[in-house]
Design a protein around this ligand. Structure first.
Ligand SMILES: O=C(O)c1ccc[n+]([C@@H]2O[C@H](COP(=O)([O-])O)[C@@H](O)[C@H]2O)c1
Ligand SMILES: Cc1cc2nc[nH]c2cc1C
Length: 370
């Protein structure tokens, strides 16, 4: 039996500071740029201030890309555009600078950290910088078996918690979160359908235009079968991740929740991070207050999950490549919002002298010496 109790997260996660948010709004009102003229960037700047507990908001100077990597047995059914068990190749491409996320991260000067949770390869053949938290080699085939044992799910979740603590402790001020997986979007679709009470066909996407009609039908059938296995465990999120999630998704959920505990804002990427965020919301309803939806990837399950969390994607360019690439594109926008909020000139705060009607009572004169 698993001993980890996720209920503790409900109390551990606070809301971003509402008073700070109001101070940020008041500061914005004293900027000479007309109200509303910066559109959603105003909201973004005020949200960041509240998350940081600081007015003016501090610049985002130490962002990081954190990617959880794993293979999924379900990919063996031909539900992915990639052959099953090849996520390690994607990991190498990221770390060699040869993938979309690697190009963007290099351009933006953001370090990338890849965590092996369940790659299906010899660990000795992985690049040295891969963070090692593997709990098994490939998560189980979720249409017919559990992705993980209860112990593996707990270990994976706690690995995610540990990585979030390491990031927070090292001064990371914003995380761009993504996955490197093969078959991961099938597990994500199952989680979203299970938690939203919808059918397989509503949540099953094509991964951009990557899979054909036959593969889409196989994916739908796999989601339907896994969904049947998910329903009995809907009330226990760790068990849900064990039955139909996988090691990378369990870790990502732990990461998201602990990031909220540590008040470290996270930008979500695609359907996999959105599904984990939705599981996290079930664990702690305040947690989504700490997350931003970087982009709309176009996957129906992602849209459903974000809608449930009332998160509105910053961008919409149909980026379905995963590995945090879509969320990375949103990073300059977030950094711009912080810079505008902090750097645009403000008119001086009204002082009591300038407004005699609002002048406070005079301080009583101290009667004696200290
Ligand atoms: O986020 C999305 O909408 C999305 C849609 C299709 C694929 N991906 C990414 O592509 C990778 C392979 O996913 P899959 O499930 O199609 O094998 C994985 O890293 C996913 O995050 C991502
Ligand atoms: C305004 C705003 C509200 C949010 N709630 C959760 N994440 C958020 C992000 C933003 C930007």
């Amino acid at each position: 039996m698993s001993s980890l109790n996720l209920d503790d997260f409900t109390d551990l996660i606070e809301r971003p500071d509402g008073g700070v948010r109001r101070d940020a709004e008041a500061r914005r009102e004293r900027q000479t740029v007309p109200p509303g003229a910066l559109g959603r960037l105003d909201d973004l700047g005020e949200w960041l201030a509240a998350a940081q507990g600081a007015v003016p908001v501090r610049p985002i100077e130490r962002p990081r890309v954190v990617l959880f990597a794993g293979d999924h047995g379900i990919a063996g059914l031909g539900v992915s555009a990639r052959p099953a068990g090849t996520a390690d190749q994607l990991v190498r491409a990221v770390l060699e600078g040869a993938s979309p996320a690697a190009v963007l991260a290099r351009r933006l000067g953001v370090p990338v950290r890849v965590v092996d949770m369940a790659l299906d390869c010899d660990p000795a053949e992985l690049p040295a910088e891969v963070v090692r938290h593997r709990v098994r080699r490939g998560s189980g085939r979720i249409d017919v078996e559990d992705a993980l044992t209860a112990e593996e799910a707990e270990a994976a979740f706690l690995a995610g918690v540990a990585v979030a603590d390491e990031e927070a402790d090292s001064g990371t001020d914003l995380v761009v979160l993504g996955d490197v997986s093969v078959g991961g979007t099938t597990a994500a679709a199952v989680l979203v359908a299970a938690l939203c009470g919808t059918d397989a066909s509503v949540v099953t996407g094509r991964g951009g235009r990557a899979i054909d009609d036959l593969a889409w039908m196989r994916k739908c059938a796999a989601v339907r079968d896994a969904l049947r296995r998910a329903r009995p465990v809907l009330g226990d999120q760790l068990q849900l991740l064990a039955v139909v999630g996988g090691a990378d998704l369990a870790a990502m959920t732990g990461f998201l929740l602990q990031s909220a505990v540590r008040k470290m804002p996270v930008v979500l990427d695609g359907v996999v991070s959105a599904a984990c965020a939705l599981v996290g919301q079930r664990v702690a309803f305040r947690a989504p207050d700490w997350w931003l939806a970087g982009q709309n990837s176009g996957e129906p399950a992602q849209a459903k999950a974000l809608d449930r969390m009332a998160l509105e994607p910053l961008l919409d360019h149909g980026v379905t490549v995963g590995e945090g690439a879509g969320a990375l594109l949103a990073l300059p926008l977030v950094q711009s919002a912080a810079a505008l909020a902090a750097e645009l000139p403000v008119t001086p705060e009204p002082t009591p002298e300038a407004d005699p009607e609002r002048a406070p009572e005079p301080e009583p004169v101290p009667s004696g010496e200290e």
